[in-house]
Unconditional design. Structure first.
Length: 181
């Protein structure tokens, strides 16, 4: 999911440069103009950089960002169960074989899609644990784990802590799973 803030920053940057967009999405802006000048391009890069955004022009990097975005959408919307496995879902959404997507992802990020998904799921589990709204059984179900034991095992493998220890010890709650990108 592309944040509204990011879209607003990109739209403002384009407006400042006198450029007009049909649509703004992750890694893609569809402009009415067919060409932009080198000066507009450089200014756009600088404006986006000041806001912490990056002008991506490498198709491989854009594809990786799309993969991350789709995974993030799936994990963020834990109530919306997808009816297929993630590899099939990614292939269908992006129009490429999963092996191709996995290869590009690994080359660009130095990690696998599976590990990226696992890290995102554990970060989401930590968030749900901290909210105290759900027990571990409910969290395991929401995050598509086969059991609490499976969730607990992956949680401990990545964080070094059990979910229960994490929940009951405030000093560890700010510790993040290392990023994989």
């Amino acid at each position: 999911m592309v944040s509204l803030r990011c879209k607003m920053v990109v739209k403002a940057a384009l407006d400042e440069l006198g450029l007009h967009s049909r649509s703004i999405d992750l890694g893609e802006v569809d402009l009415f103009e067919h060409e932009i000048t080198v000066e507009q391009h450089d200014r756009l890069r600088a404006i986006l950089s000041r806001s912490g955004l990056e002008l991506m022009e490498d198709e491989r990097s854009m594809l990786v960002e799309k993969i991350k975005n789709i995974v993030d959408e799936i994990i963020a919307d834990e109530d919306e169960l997808i009816q297929t496995n993630i590899s099939t879902y990614l292939s269908d959404r992006l129009g490429h074989e999963y092996a191709f997507l996995a290869g590009i992802f690994s080359e660009v990020t130095g990690t696998t899609i599976s590990l990226y998904i696992l890290n995102k799921k554990i970060e989401k589990a930590k968030e749900l644990i901290l909210y105290h709204e759900f027990n571990l059984t409910e969290i395991a179900y929401k995050l598509h784990y086969s059991s609490v034991a499976h969730l607990s095992g992956q949680f401990k493998k990545l964080t070094g802590l059990t979910p229960t220890y994490f929940k009951n010890h405030p000093a560890v709650k700010r510790r993040r799973v290392p990023e994989t990108s």
